[in-house]
Design a protein around this ligand. Structure first.
Ligand code: PMP
Length: 404
């Protein structure tokens, strides 16, 4: 039985006040909150076994290494990767994307094409533009319609024998659209292209299965799924990870070093140069365990109820328009009030203790598509409540009155 009141007790931050009002945290698409169970793991690490991993013979180093590798195994099982060494622990989604983009710079040539969706976060646009500049490859865009859904008939036409890579997010951070990644992956594979899926927004809401998806690369950030910032994961199929060159040189990623020749470590260490975010990796594993204990089916069902309720209530406000009306979407509502700048709405909501995000959400092409400067974005997590939605709705009404 999903008990939101009990779940909320796990999150100390939800007890705080902002501007004299109880915090209502609706900026989960930017960063989720951290439960006590994960905070305890972080405190335990620094209190009891903080040390460097992999090369140490002493007890602390071995304890830290065991816990770090156990976290990798947890993440492997969660994402159903075939091997633990297909999970590269990164600094986050952006790091994972750049690692792959950098690796492909030695594999692409002029006339090769890269397809990217119109729904992308800047971190899944800019690295590919940089890659195209380096290699002479061309970037093509899979367009979207007014509901914020990808136009799959155009995708079919864009795919050709020249397509080498396809990049798409699983769920759009700006609109909440769930993209049909199964179809995108299978069609890309028919022409021999590899697919990277940006799962930053999907992983807080669902449990993607790497083997069932048959995806080539999948990236995520721990801080969107109840874990700490500065850590994330890159899944890559073994064959691809073996083929790609290392991203950064340094300690940890080598087998043998001499001034004449250096050989690289096996996976996953080949892509993990330097001392990693050890505590972050261990806490990432704890966050995955925490979310699984609640259960992704229960999370999805509850968040969907919140989404439907909030959508219906917000739409009762005259002059309020929601951007992103896809049939398949998660608990993200991007909206504007007619004639009012989103920044002003967000600032007034903050005075009422309500945290929303305003602006272009690192997705300027989407804002340009709708010809708007930005939106107000309320994004819900499984620890939000209907009562909080009601406070948001009355806050938006108040903001409208004050700003009209
Ligand atoms: N892609 C998407 C869809 C995102 O929402 C975000 C975070 N807003 C990122 C990539 C970047 O994630 P990070 O900042 O954790 O690297």
């Amino acid at each position: 039985m999903f008990n939101v009141d009990k779940i909320r007790q796990d999150f100390p931050i939800l007890q705080r006040q902002v501007n004299g009002k109880p915090l209502i945290y609706l900026d989960n698409a930017a960063t989720s909150q951290t439960p006590q169970q994960v905070i305890d793991v972080i405190v335990d690490y620094y209190s009891h076994y903080n040390s460097n991993i992999h090369r140490g013979v002493h007890t602390l180093s071995q304890e830290a290494t065991d816990k770090y590798e156990a976290a990798r195994n947890t993440i492997q099982k969660h994402f159903n990767a075939k091997h633990a060494y297909e999970i590269i622990l990164t600094a986050g989604t952006t790091h994972g994307i750049n690692l792959i983009a950098s690796g492909f710079s030695s594999l692409l040539k002029k006339d090769d094409e890269i397809l990217v969706s119109a729904l992308e976060h800047h971190s899944n646009i800019v690295p590919w533009q940089m890659l195209c500049e380096k290699t002479g490859a061309t970037l093509k865009v899979i367009p979207m319609n007014m509901d914020g859904e990808l136009v799959m008939s155009v995708y079919d036409k864009l795919l050709s024998k020249n397509t080498k890579l396809v990049f798409v997010n699983h769920i759009s951070n700006a609109l909440g659209t769930i993209n049909p990644i199964e179809e995108i992956i299978s069609k890309a594979h028919e022409v021999g292209a590899a697919v990277l899926v940006d799962g930053a927004q999907a992983c807080p809401h669902l449990k993607p299965d790497m083997q069932a998806l048959d995806v080539d690369f999948y990236v995520a950030s721990a801080h969107k799924m109840c874990g700490p910032t500065g850590v994330g994961m890159l899944y890559g199929k073994e064959a691809w990870l073996k083929k790609l060159p290392p991203y950064q040189g340094g300690g940890e990623m080598i087998a043998e070093v001499s001034f004449e020749k250096t050989t690289y470590a096996d996976l996953p260490h080949k892509f993990e140069a330097g001392t990693p975010n050890i505590c972050g990796g261990i806490a990432f594993g704890a966050a995955v365990d925490y979310m699984n204990a609640i259960g992704f089916e229960a999370i999805a069902k509850y968040e969907h109820e919140l989404l439907d309720y909030a959508t219906a209530e917000l739409l009762k406000i005259e002059g309020l328009k929601i951007f992103g009306t896809a049939k398949e979407k998660t608990s993200v509502i991007s909206f504007n009030l007619e004639g009012i700048h989103p920044y002003d709405v967000g600032t007034l909501l903050d005075k009422m203790g309500i945290a929303v995000r305003t602006g272009h959400h690192c997705a300027q092409p989407i804002m340009n598509f709708f010809n708007i400067p930005g939106t107000v974005r309320a994004s819900f997590a499984f620890y939000n409540t209907k009562a909080e939605v009601d406070t948001l709705v009355s806050g938006v009404k108040k903001a409208k009155m004050m700003l009209s």
